[in-house]
Design a protein around this ligand. Sequence first.
Ligand code: SF4
Length: 438
Amino acid sequence: MKTPGAIAQQLRGLSEELEPPSQCLFDPQSEEPLLRRTSTAEFSGLELGQIRVIRGGKPRFIHSQRAADFRKRYFPQTTQSEWNDWRWQIRHRIQDLKTLSAMLALSPDEREAIARHHGTLPVSITPYYASLLDPSDPTQPLRRSVVPVTGEYLTSPGESPDPLGEEHTSPVPGLVHRYPDRVLFLVTDFCSVCCRYCTRSRMIGDDETARGFNTRHWEQAIDYIQKTPTIRDVLISGGDPLTLPDEKLEWLLWKLRRIEHVEMIRIGTKAPVVLPQRITPALTRMLKKYHPLWMSIHFTHPDELTPEVQQACGRLADAGIPLGSQTVLLKGINDQVETMTRLVHGLVKTRVRPYYLYQCDPISGSAHFRTPVSKGLEIIQGLRGHTTGYAVPNYVIDAPGGGGKIPLLPEYVAGYDGKDLLLKNYEGKTYRYPDYCE
Ligand code: SF4
């Protein structure tokens, strides 16, 4: 017979397995999700709900030894359940020199860059992602991607704050309509982790633009999509849309799903990588109601493929969401064939299809991140034929000025000999194809 203590213990264990229902309330008349009129600045996760502290039982989310050691060292009062709560992670993100310098031996250059910073693209690192940073090596790839250096303050020729001309292809605030059949719907300017090479650095974390992300603007954008029947594909991005709470996200998805000509919805996010705790069973249960729903996940380096990230991606894949990766080619971070091979192989194992490799956009202060295009071609050449085509991303330049994505391929066509097409294979050997038919 079980003692009362054992029964209580068992019940506590059970509560670990249960998820609260979706926060979204539906209007009984219209069946429309109810939405308070608030700005996204308010609901970026900072003020939301209670942290649900569950004691005892087995943890719902993987907590690796590395993360556990880091938590005990820098957040000794924090429980494992709090650490695994994405809202706790957002509330405790590292944003200032004092906190960061307690965790990392900052170089003089990093220190100066952080001290000088003001305006958009603030320093912001979730405790989870901070646990992956090398405390003593400023050249570590993950650290370089999130800790500023003074190179950010040098504007080189050809750089601009909005190199893709997004502001000029925006029919209503927050919507970019560059291609006839699809739109980019920017729903927030908030990110839990700020990447130092961000294409939208001009607006991320900006109080001014935050005021532009509210339900009135969302409704304007949805109205534009509704009235434009050529739009069959909507990419929800930002900022990071997965920093919105479930109810806001569900409201957006519900509204878009009701538009008949919208065949496909995509979400662009880095949350599964920098905030894997965000991928809760409640979120995936909600997302899978809005299929066909795809997700583009921003990965930078193979060291990001931790057990936590694998679990988060597994949950999304189990919800039937096709996952693709987007990676920016970055000097000294991922610009080696060996590094990229490890990344794409790790992604395939994580059920994420390597989709895009982007040439770094010439945003202001990006010279220290940008490689020559020949480097990207070398990487594609080092992948194509050496691994499955599923693991080879499309290498593209997003054309400055708003020309859209232009694919770049190494030279595999060597010319013609008469009517024979001369082709080079992945080993550099030449083959002929009879390029004629009756
Ligand atoms: S997650 Fe995306 S939008 Fe956010 S800072 Fe990084 S690159 Fe920019």
